[in-house]
Design a protein around this ligand. Sequence first.
Ligand SMILES: [Zn+2]
Length: 376
Amino acid sequence: MSTSHSDTIYLRLEGPLQAWGDNSKFIIRRTAEAPTKSGVLGLICCAMGLSRQAARERLPELNRLRMGVRIDRPGQRWWDYHTVGAKYGVLSAEGKIKATASTGEHEMLVSRREYLCDASFLVALQGDAQLVGEVRKALEKPVWPVFLGRKSCPPSAPLIDAADRRGQPIHDDLLAALQAVPWRPRLEQVDGDRPSDSLTCIIEWRASKLEPSAPAEAEVWYDAPVSFDPPVHQARLVVRATVPATPGDATQRPTPPLPRPRADYTDSQYRAVRERRIKADNHLCVFCKSPGPRMTTQHITYRHSPGGETVNDLRSLCGLCHDAVTMIEYGLNMGLDRIDPQEPRWRQRIIDKRAEIIRFRSLETRRRFLSAEEVQ
Ligand SMILES: [Zn+2]
């Protein structure tokens, strides 16, 4: 067989969530630590607009592309609570919709799904230049939306790495190809990121004249897709290697942390200011004029927090009004300046939220914190 001209394409797989399902079945769906071949080829088939049936014909050819992954940022593992079939039911083996024995309602499955948060992978695919060219073209203008392993995981960066556009020199060796791309560390480390001096690579092993049999440390990954419908996978061998982490100039800016307004409720000076505010408001809620119970204060600004608050930064509120104001604030994702309950523009919203709380609080909760107008 003649060896045709070979090429390498570099992909950047990066997003808030990724999920590279390996051998999980049914209810517990785990993710592998790095993109699987089946996930990456599935993504390419999506970009090419191949149906599952059409993909079956192209998969033998696509599987011949040798895949190497460099773990630039491993991300953090996270489990999602996920339900299947709520309200419309799930089918039993006999094809009937399952119903619960006690109430006759549709049965629902709780499925735990694992994700990698904030991970970043460099993937190199190497093989026939014509096929690589076709893949590149498809990824530049995908026919269908592409996703990082699971449909709920959109990519947050172009799928073709910047290194690919710069035209890296051709490396026959996949590891050398991965090493040639500068690593993009973040300018500042954020939680969970460790400064690295080396990066792990997962390289697909292929027999060659130099290395006719696999090394003892090779791992078997059952992720080479034969068919997506039904899912059938073949084994492939991968080996791990590390390459030095050589930062390039293309560093990534970290996502700035959201300002988290805080008060120090244990600070005696703050507590004294708070008492002065409540006294100035005659121990009455500034919104509903009720004397409590649970008289508390609302920060209308956190600009001087923690520790520098003055009486002007606070307003006295009863427990119910304070809960209402806090719930409105949650929904608005406010910064340092918060709701001033005496401003007319908030009036109707606070009234509505109070009514909502009164309606929905359980009788038991109400018994504990009765506000004046809740007492019948
Ligand atoms: Zn009140």
